[in-house]
Ligand binder design. Structure first.
Ligand code: ADP
Ligand code: MG
Length: 363
């Protein structure tokens, strides 16, 4: 019989990293969240060959201080959390200190960074696959940080092949995630571009900072999409819903669903892209049960398409759990059933008050 042996440290790191960085989407999400956590007001995401060659995220955030160069990409090293008790009060996206360390194990990672007092000089950091700092050199840099990820999954041949085979789908999914961050982050200017195989640069979308969500939606999805949307500001009292009594529009609400949704247009073809974006207190996440309610209610008015949904659920931070999946996109809402029921009723009410014919301008 084979002897039981401990797995070698490097392999363990690689296996665990594969659970944090599962695909192209998780790379981009982690890097963009790091930029947002660094207080950036401008974030530029550049793909090469849809991300197959490289992914670069450049921000104008606070940068990384010299004393953190050694630990920045080490596993479980974070500047955002020091013990588990901090978790409930956490305002940042990151807290596990796993993204950069995982990326070192799964790609060639390079960081360029400069703090305000250092610019226009900065530092380039190169790492070992273990996350240890390998070398630093002085470069020219504005304040902020650029993280470059090259050859993702190159050392995991099966994962790499899967990425190459599914790159179109993966890339589309990534853009969906970026669209969500760009629309919800009103104070941040986003620019997303892709350099194709022959060196041609394509700008995917760009938003401005300090504009309304509606303006960002127009910048990302087009003015035509925006004009087919109705704003929603649904507020309800969960205590009432639990008692089978639905109260809409109460003052000082416990819960709100705020955003934009396609106007239900009876018997018309496609008006809006069927993009659906969900947020809990402005944190992008996947909420399949909420999507289902939107789709079902919408389909009772228009069977021929799914709605565009941009929905931010505003709720007490102790009413849900973020720390359930490594990618933090799965959120556990403690009162989900009551919440969904309230949402269904509020949506019916919203749609009932909408003019369900197509506006002249859009015919
Ligand atoms: P986490 O975000 O969970 O702390 P990461 O591995 O994503 O872990 O990042 C490790 C640390 O590196 C962060 O805590 C932060 O101090 C620093 N860092 C990462 N990205 C940036 C950035 N864009 N700007 C400034 N600091 C950054
Ligand atoms: Mg992070």
């Amino acid at each position: 019989m084979a002897t039981i042996k401990a797995i070698e440290g490097r392999s363990i790191h690689q296996i665990q990293s594969g659970q944090v960085v599962i695909d192209l989407c998780s790379v981009v999400k982690e890097l963009v969240e790091n930029s947002l956590d660094a207080g950036a007001t401008s974030i530029e995401v550049r793909f090469k060959a849809n991300g197959l060659d490289s992914i670069e995220v450049q921000d104008n955030g606070h940068g990384i201080s010299k004393e953190n160069y050694d630990t920045v990409a080490l596993k479980h090293c974070t500047s955002k959390l020091s013990n588990y008790d901090d978790l409930s009060s956490l305002q940042t996206f990151g807290f596990r200190g796993e993204a950069l360390s995982s990326l070192c194990a799964l790609s060639n990672l390079q960081i360029l960074t400069a703090q305000a007092h250092e610019a226009p000089k900065g530092t380039r950091l190169d790492f070992e696959s273990s996350g240890e700092l390998k070398a630093t050199s002085v470069i020219a840099s504005q304040k902020g940080t650029t993280v470059m990820v090259e050859a993702l999954f190159a050392n995991l041949p099966v994962r790499r092949q899967e990425l190459e085979r599914n790159i179109k789908r993966e890339y589309t999914k990534v853009l969906g995630v970026l669209q969500a961050y760009a629309c919800i982050s009103a104070s941040v200017k986003f620019a997303v571009s892709n350099i194709l195989a022959k060196g041609k640069k394509v700008v995917i979308f760009a938003t401005k900072s300090n504009v309304s969500t509606r303006e960002s939606i127009a910048n990302v999805f087009g003015a035509k999409t925006l004009s087919a949307l109705v704003s929603m500001d649904l507020r309800f009292d969960l205590q009432d819903t639990r008692n089978k009594k639905y109260t809409a529009g109460k003052g000082d609400p416990q819960v709100g669903v705020v955003g934009h949704v396609s106007r239900p247009v009876v018997g018309e073809g496609r008006q809006t892209p069927d993009r659906q974006m969900f947020f809990v207190n402005a944190r992008p996440c996947t909420l399949p049960q909420f999507a289902k309610v939107f789709n079902e209610v919408y389909k009772s008015y228009n069977v021929s398409q799914s709605p565009f949904v941009f929905a931010n659920i505003i709720i007490d931070t102790d009413a849900y759990d973020v720390n359930v999946s490594p990618d933090k996109r799965t959120i556990l809402l403690h009162e989900q059933t009551a919440l969904l029921e309230s949402l269904r009723m509020a949506l019916v009410e919203l749609f009932e008050h909408q003019d369900q014919t197509v506006p002249q301008t859009q015919r």
